[in-house]
Write a protein that binds this ligand. Structure first.
Ligand code: SAM
Length: 188
């Protein structure tokens, strides 16, 4: 069974991280999910998967690959069969991209690197898309939207300029994140 590793690369386990990580856990199963580099706030991820303080860089993994939007090759079901571990950055999306996955993860590990298309996705979207490829679906069989709108109330709308998977005619968005963004916009 494929294992999904999230190398947490934010300074804290922020509320949005918890929501994205809970979404990943629900979709891949907590026994297939490992969080690495969690140096504080581990309690917030209790019951979502295995939690490690160590970075993925210090684990002696075999048959592992990294998912990086700046990688040249695209992951296919055939390629995915060669791997047991799929490594992701637990990183906030940014526009314009700062290429943190490359700078902080893939350039520091010698594992093969693959993209899931060149458009940036949230970590939970990327894991869900990767799992579908691991399960045998080609990337070009999946449906996406290129941005997502969050109504923040009082006539305000936030545009998230990232790629989101469409399932059953609806964009898949992190459960609870819409509410959190709305709450944060009231504070700001
Ligand atoms: C929000 S993205 C971080 C993107 C970050 N701004 C950067 O420049 O690398 C979080 C993680 O999801 C995965 N990811 C997102 N989009 C991807 C894509 N198109 N191909 C491969 N991995 C992707 C990567 O593992 C990445 O570290």
């Amino acid at each position: 069974m494929a294992k999904f590793i999230i190398e947490h690369l934010e300074p804290e386990v922020y509320p949005w991280c918890v929501l994205e990580y809970a979404h990943i856990s629900k979709r891949v199963g907590k026994t297939n999910l490992i969080f690495t580099n969690v140096t504080k706030g581990a309690m917030k991820l209790k019951n979502l998967g295995e939690i490690k303080k160590e970075s993925v860089k210090s684990l002696k993994l075999k048959r592992a690959c990294i998912l990086d939007p700046s990688a040249v090759k695209t992951l296919t079901p055939e390629i995915a069969k060669r791997f047991d571990y799929f490594i992701f950055g637990g990183i906030l999306g940014d526009n314009p991209q700062r290429f943190r996955t490359k700078k902080e993860l893939s350039s520091k590990l010698s594992f093969p690197k693959f993209n899931l298309g060149t458009k940036q996705m949230s970590t939970d979207t990327a894991v869900i898309v990767c799992k579908k490829i691991v399960d045998g679906l080609d990337l070009n069989k999946l449906e996406f939207v290129e941005e997502y709108f969050v109504d923040e109330g009082k006539g305000l709308e936030r545009i998230l300029p990232y790629r989101y998977l469409v399932e059953a005619g609806e964009a898949v968005f992190t459960p609870g994140l819409r509410k959190l963004l709305k709450k944060q916009s009231r504070i700001l």
